[in-house]
Design a protein around this ligand. Sequence first.
Ligand SMILES: Nc1ncnc2c1ncn2[C@@H]1O[C@H](COP(=O)(O)OP(=O)(O)OP(=O)(O)O)[C@@H](O)[C@H]1O
Length: 321
Amino acid sequence: MGIVDVANLKKSYGEIVAVDDISFSIEKGEIFGFLGPNGAGKTSTINMMIGLSRPTSGQIIIDGIDAIKNIKKVQRIIGIVPDENNLYDEMNGFDNLCFCASLYGISIKEREKRAMELLEQFNLTKAGKRPFKTYSKGMKRKLTIAAGIIHNPKILFLDEPTTGIDIESARQIRELILDLKKQGKTIFITTHYIEEAERICDRIAFIVNGKIVKIGTVTELMESVEREHKIRLQLDRSIKDIKEELENNIENCRVEIPEENSCLVISKERIALSPILQLLDSKGISVYEAKEIKPSLEDVFVKVTGIEASKLKKEKEKVGK
Ligand SMILES: Nc1ncnc2c1ncn2[C@@H]1O[C@H](COP(=O)(O)OP(=O)(O)OP(=O)(O)O)[C@@H](O)[C@H]1O
């Protein structure tokens, strides 16, 4: 049993099945990522886990407590960082944190101490005196995370923590998340940034159309699909006219031409370079560079889900605006 156990969880909105019978466990102290495109069911899942919406069916156990029957008890041990900022625009950063702490019944002295500590930890001490509405998007996100951990929760739920903010703030937030893990927190994070999930998550679940299609560590996910070897050749001209000849001459290889002056040689086995170079040389084609392309988690995601990486990127950019 994990610190979080979700079994056969389902959420329907009328005809729409947003979350379709998913089950997973989160171990204490791990960063568990939910990775999927827009509309995959990430927010619907997190909202059921934190008690913002009621499941159509299924079970959620958090730290041994039934989270559907006993959400108030659960809310004391979890921290929530929604995908949209939920703090008061007119209040300054310090007061926002103290107000959040008061909701958990923390004493005034303790509230102020904790707020100051968090402002310092999140590099917001100076900004703490300014109204929240004057913060940049990155600063707003950081203060929202600080508010989510004001009561020192065991488990933190982060919905798209770096969507729509600048690169440097996103980097700082990833560092903060890793620091929280070091402090022993368990973290559930939803994202549609593959690189982010790869960098910080101990385990990742791919979610598409409300279903979990794969769960594992990055290494397990990489090993779960049949690996292809790829070599990219940079050439002095296009090899469109000899593509077929190349494929016929090199055993078990296929050739793709992504750009005018380059090609990809792809095979299930390791690729020997010399016969390729010899053939190209005999055709008077110069090779400027030959580089092995290592598979990425993005390749695995595309293979497992059938969703094109470019589609995921486009959606990411759209949201990031
Ligand atoms: N309140 C609602 N009423 C009706 N349909 C909803 C509601 N909330 C979500 N949905 C639908 O459920 C599906 C899953 O949505 P959800 O917001 O959980 O996905 P998501 O993975 O978080 O997407 P995003 O990355 O865009 O936030 C979508 O088809 C969405 O339109």
